[in-house]
Design a binder for this molecule. Structure first.
Ligand code: CDP
Length: 218
């Protein structure tokens, strides 16, 4: 297979990033986590102390290069892979990603990055906006309790602790903001295949998508 574009979308905590990274490793493809890119913009805006509600604040993107490479995310040459997972970034990222200026800048970078080679790209608008011609589109879902439990487990491994109830609230708020925003909201593409991962292990989901990819590529 060459030049295959696999688009994976879904709500917060549906497992997109982990699953996409595993698929890319298994197939030897390039993975691009677009959520990490929106998080990097949010981190930079917070560090600069900008007014996050003002769309013109994000002009700094004209001279800032955000890129995802080999499971790491960079702002210019600075590796911010761990820093983008902070609570402050998580609480503000849906606001930052609602601005059309921010989206235009990042969507442009994402389209460029996906031009060459076999790509797995995950996010909220990959099948609808970034790669509408993708060879295969997957929409991952899971019920909110399961998604909060997964986030809780992930947090504990990183030494962070937040109750499941708090995480459910945080995920529901983010889902609502992401699905109701004016510009490219989180939405399943008409031609995407939905996989409900509530009762599936990560390996089962990866196997399923790899099988679908192989049969699509034949
Ligand atoms: O926390 P989780 O891994 O589920 O989210 P993420 O993939 O890191 O994305 C963080 C946030 O970035 C989302 O809640 C969206 O607000 C935004 N985002 C977006 O608007 N469009 C994308 N293609 C990817 C992420």
């Amino acid at each position: 297979m060459s030049g295959f574009k696999l688009a994976i979308d879904g709500p917060a905590g549906s497992g997109k990033s982990t699953i996409s990274a595993m698929i890319a490793h298994r197939l030897g493809w390039t993975h691009i986590d677009t959520g990490a890119m929106y998080r990097a913009v949010t981190l930079k805006a917070l560090e600069l102390g900008l007014d996050l509600n003002d769309e013109s604040s994000y002009r700094f993107l004209e001279s800032t290069f955000i890129h995802y490479d080999n499971d790491r995310i960079f702002i210019n040459d600075r590796d911010v892979t761990e820093a983008i997972r902070s609570q402050a970034v998580t609480l503000n990222v849906s606001l930052v990603s609602s601005f059309s200026y921010v989206r235009q800048q990042l969507v442009h970078l994402q389209k460029q990055a996906a031009k060459e080679g076999n790509i797995v790209m995950d996010g909220r608008d990959i099948g609808t906006v970034v790669l509408p011609q993708a060879n295969l589109k997957i929409f991952l879902t899971a019920n909110v309790e399961e998604r909060a439990k997964r986030r809780h487990k992930e947090n504990l491994q990183k030494g962070k602790n937040a109750s499941i109830t708090t995480l459910i609230e945080e995920i529901e708020t983010r889902d609502k903001k992401d699905s109701t925003r004016m510009v490219s909201p989180l939405k399943k593409a008409d031609d995407a295949i939905t996989i409900d991962t509530t009762n599936l292990s990560i390996d089962q989901v990866v196997d399923k998508i790899v099988d679908l990819t192989r049969s699509e590529g034949e």
